[in-house]
Design a protein around this ligand. Sequence first.
Ligand SMILES: Cc1ncc(COP(=O)(O)O)c(C=O)c1O
Length: 381
Amino acid sequence: MKKIPYGRQYIDQNDKRTLLNSLKNNLITTGPYVEKFQEKLKKYLKCKFSYVCSSGTAAIHLALLSLDLKKNDIILMPSVNFIASYNMAKSMGLKIYLVDVDHITGQITPKKVSECIKKNKLKKIKVLIIMHHGGYPENILNFHSLKKKYNFFIIEDACHALGARYKYHGKFIKIGSCKHSDICTFSLHPVKTITSGEGGVITTNNKKISNKIKLFRNHGIIRNFKEYWKYDILNVGYNYRISDINCALGLSQLNKINFFLTKREKIFNRYYKELSNFNSNLKIPKYSKDIKPSFHLFLININFEKLKKKKDHFFNYLKNNKIFPQFHYIPIYKFSIFKEKKTKLIDSEKYYKNTLSIPIYVSLKEKEQKNIINKIKKYFV
Ligand SMILES: Cc1ncc(COP(=O)(O)O)c(C=O)c1O
C-alpha cells in the first residue's frame, strides 16, 4: 500500500490543457483567466463582487484591511483554526479574543460567542470571524442575529467551505453569497475543494468594501485608463495578485466542482456508515440537516481516556500503517506566538485531546478507504 495523506489535489488532462493554454497569452499575470475565473466564481456563488488573490491568507488580510480597522479594535475568532486569521489580525494590532469551540465539531457557536463577550465584558466589538470547520457551515443565521445585536462585521473564513450551502427560507444558498455576512474568504490550496496551486478568493456585496479590496490587492494603485502611464497611490497596499497561470487551473477546476463535491460526499457517507455506530468511544460530529457541506474534512472524536491511550499513540499506529491523519487544529493559545495572558478554554482542550481528521480527497480509492476503516476498527479490539 502506498502512503495515504489526509488530503491532496485532483488534476486531470483538462486542467493540464487549460494551464498550457494560459501560457500562450501575452499577459500571464493579470490576464484573461483572472477575469474569467472571477466572473465564473461570482456567478457560481451568487455574490455582487468576487476577487481572486494569491492565497486564503491574503484573502483574510484583504478582508480585514477593507474594514477601516484601527489598532486595538476588538476582534473575536475561533480558538481552533488555522493560524492565518490570528496572524493577520495580530499584524494589524487588533485586540484578539479567542472564542471557545464545541468539543465535538470544533466550531464556535453563537452561545460561545455570547459567553466570550460576557466573560470579557466586551464593548464595541468590530469583527467576528467565523470558520466553517471541515466545510460544515453551522449556525450562520444565528451568527447573523448576533451581528444585528452587537453591530459587528462578520468575516467568513470559508477556506474549507467552497461549494457548501445552508438553508435560508426553504432554499439552499451558497457560502460566499454573503447573504448573512459582510465578507467571505476561500483558499485554493491543493487540499481544498478546488485548487489553483496557491490562491484565494474573497467575496462581498458591499461596494465600498469591494473598492478597498481592489486597491489593497495591488499596492493601493489607481490608474488613469485613458493615459495609462499616469497613476496614483491612494493607500499603503500589497501585491496580493494571483497569476493568470494559477487562474487557468482554478477555472478548469471550478468546472468540475460538482464532481468533486459528489465524490467527497460518497467518501463521507462510507465512513459515516462504518464508523458512526461502531464503538461508543468513537464519535462522529452530528451536523445540522440545514446544511449541505463541502466535506473538506472527516473528523473523528475518540475517547482516548477510556481507551487508556494517548492521541499520539493512535497517530503513530496509523502512520505505521502508511495512513497520515492530521490535527485540525492545535488551539491557537497553545502556540509560542500567543503572548496574551494564560488561556485554557475547556471545550477547545477536550476537542484537541480527542479529535483528528482522517483522509478524505477525490482520488481516495474505495480499497484505500476500506483499509483505513479496517485499521481504525482494529485499534479498538
Ligand atoms: C481555515 C483556514 N483558513 C485560512 C487558511 C489559509 O489559506 P492559504 O493556505 O491559502 O493561505 C487555511 C489554509 O489551510 C485554512 O484552512
